[in-house]
Design a protein around this ligand. Structure first.
Ligand SMILES: Nc1ncnc2c1ncn2[C@@H]1O[C@H](COP(=O)(O)OP(=O)(O)OP(=O)(O)O)[C@@H](O)[C@H]1O
Ligand SMILES: [Mg+2]
Length: 502
């Protein structure tokens, strides 16, 4: 069956303004049956706003919207759902205490014989049918709270199918998934596509779009730049459309010298999580830490930062042995930790950009207990412009920033604090290509200024391009260490799989 030319969604002249920002300025989008349509653009370009309008979560100021030839207002999420639109957000909308089946049919449960009673058996068998059709093995009776991120995402997809969605939107669906889980998600996407469902897909990972996408629409600063067939596009061409100039995806040169040891870890162990980890980190060094998701990388950073207790092991900071009991203690010792979960651990969403950037370094801006607001603002504005944070003003609440711009604020926060040993966990997650290059430059500048940096990343090119040395973890253990010159993707992957292969 050929669905390829049947337009299912047509948005025209969409406008959305916020105080001080035009999020969308006359954007057109047309999406066909059975295609994966990618939305591409820098942080703050308007991608999420466009899909929120489609989801009935945000009201547009102007423009028209048609689904299968019929005009819709879509002023509520309910109306969007009835029109056949299903959105899978990054923060899932599942009820943790309910079962998989209950979540899939929430609000639309099949009734039992007695009025008011839900037919559980029917619920479970229906859920099973849908999950089976997706090719995923999840027990419909299990409680959602007990599932991993990838499984929860599959439940969201199943939910979308149970309402017979014609358009499924996925906003950065892979940012919390492992390679294997991404493979499974792509399989499910292909199945949806075969059934004629239209998929709108947002991601900052360009590799993915070439793997899964059919067409791509590029936005820049709220404007439509163009729609292209992906098979006829190049990476460089799409980047140019996105950022408006040529951009070399290059890593800054490595530092010439690595200084003395500032951190030494021996036999660090946390039962069931970390097993006898030993390494050293030097002034001016960028040490990459990679491995598959679940290998214990974040756990290692948390243990070092005093966020989780350890069962054994010794740590030296600048030559003196220390027992880091809390994050406050770690900060006093000169450690900084950029967490992977920015929403929960990194930001105060209701506070301004300036306040967030200066949050971890209040001591820097107070003189005898008096805050020096001027200094604070100057520093925040310098960092915000270096990181190209897109915001109407530094007084804007972080809540109103786009996802990637929030991440930049978290980065700014730790750059502002004059920590000597920086632990960066997935610092470029959700950050667009242009800003990624800036972040790499900044990290190099920090190391040139004598900081010692441990960077955790799942993106192998990033680890290879940025690190002086590379550590690989597998199942809580260090399974390999490489100098920049000898590291290859194959060798690292072999180590990352280490425990499995053995
Ligand atoms: N509720 C809001 N109040 C004020 N401004 C907002 C609000 N929501 C979005 N914006 C602004 O609208 C613009 C577009 O944001 P949007 O979230 O659509 O970007 P995006 O393309 O999804 O970016 P990212 O890749 O970082 O997720 C940004 O400048 C953002 O700050
Ligand atoms: Mg977004």
């Amino acid at each position: 069956m050929d669905h390829s030319v049947q337009t299912v969604l047509s948005m025209k002249g969409i406008v959305k303004r916020y105080p001080g920002v035009v999020a969308l300025e006359g954007v057109d989008l047309d999406v066909r049956r059975g295609e994966v349509h990618v939305l591409l653009g820098e942080n703050g370009a308007g991608k999420s706003t466009l899909v929120k309008i489609l989801a009935g979560a945000v009201r547009r100021d102007a423009g028209t919207l048609e689904i299968e030839g019929r005009a819709y207002e879509l002023s509520t999420p309910r109306e969007a759902q009835t029109a056949g639109v299903s959105v899978i957000y990054q923060e899932f909308n599942l009820v943790p205490g309910l079962t998989v089946a209950e979540n899939i049919f929430l609000g639309r449960e099949p009734r039992g014989f007695l009025p008011g009673f839900i037919d559980q058996a029917l619920l479970v068998s229906e859920a099973e049918r849908i999950l089976h059709g997706l090719g995923v093995v999840i027990d419909p009776r299990s409680v959602v709270r007990s599932l991993g991120v990838a499984e929860q995402q599959m439940v969201e997809v199943a939910k979308a199918l149970s309402v017979d969605a014609r358009i499924v939107v996925m906003d950065e669906p892979t940012s919390a998934l492992t390679e294997r889980e991404i493979g499974r998600l792509f399989m499910v996407i292909r199945r949806l596509r075969e059934r004629g469902v239209a998929i709108i897909y947002i991601s900052h990972r360009l590799d993915e779009l070439f793997q899964i996408g059919d067409r791509v629409t590029v936005l820049r600063d709220g404007r439509l730049i163009g729609t292209r067939v992906i098979a006829e596009s190049t990476r460089a061409g799409l980047i140019r459309m996105m950022v408006g100039r040529d951009l070399t995806e290059q890593f800054p040169p490595r530092g010439a010298t690595v200084g003395e040891e500032v951190l030494r870890v021996e036999g660090l162990t946390r039962r069931g999580v970390l097993d006898g980890i030993s390494f050293v980190l030097h002034r001016g060094e960028v040490l990459g830490l990679t491995g598959l998701m679940g290998a214990g990388r974040t756990e290692l950073a948390r243990a070092l930062f005093g966020a989780d207790p350890i069962d054994a092991g010794r740590v030296w900071v600048r030559g003196s042995e220390v027992v880091i009991r809390s994050p406050q203690h770690a900060i006093r010792l000169g450690l900084g930790f950029l967490t992977e979960d920015r929403k929960r651990q990194g930001l105060v969403l209701g506070c301004s950009v300036t306040e967030n950037i200066c949050l971890a370094s209040l001591d820097r801006f107070s003189r005898g207990g008096v805050m020096q607001a001027g200094n604070e603002r100057a520093e925040a504005s310098r960092l915000a412009s270096e990181l190209r944070v897109k915001t109407p003003s530094l007084g804007e609440r972080v809540l109103n920033l786009s996802g990637g711009n929030q991440q930049k604020v978290v980065l700014g926060k730790w750059l502002c604090r004059s920590a000597e040993i920086l632990l960066f966990d997935e610092p470029t997650r959700g950050i667009d290509v242009g800003a990624k290059a800036e972040v790499y430059q900044l990290i190099r500048r920090l190391s040139a200024a004598g900081k010692a940096i441990l960077i955790i990343s799942s993106e192998l090119p990033e680890i290879l391009g940025l690190s002086d040395r590379i550590l690989v973890m597998s199942r809580g253990r260090l399974s390999g260490m490489f100098g920049a010159a000898e590291a290859t993707p194959e060798a690292i992957l072999r180590c990352a799989l280490g425990a499995d292969a053995a």
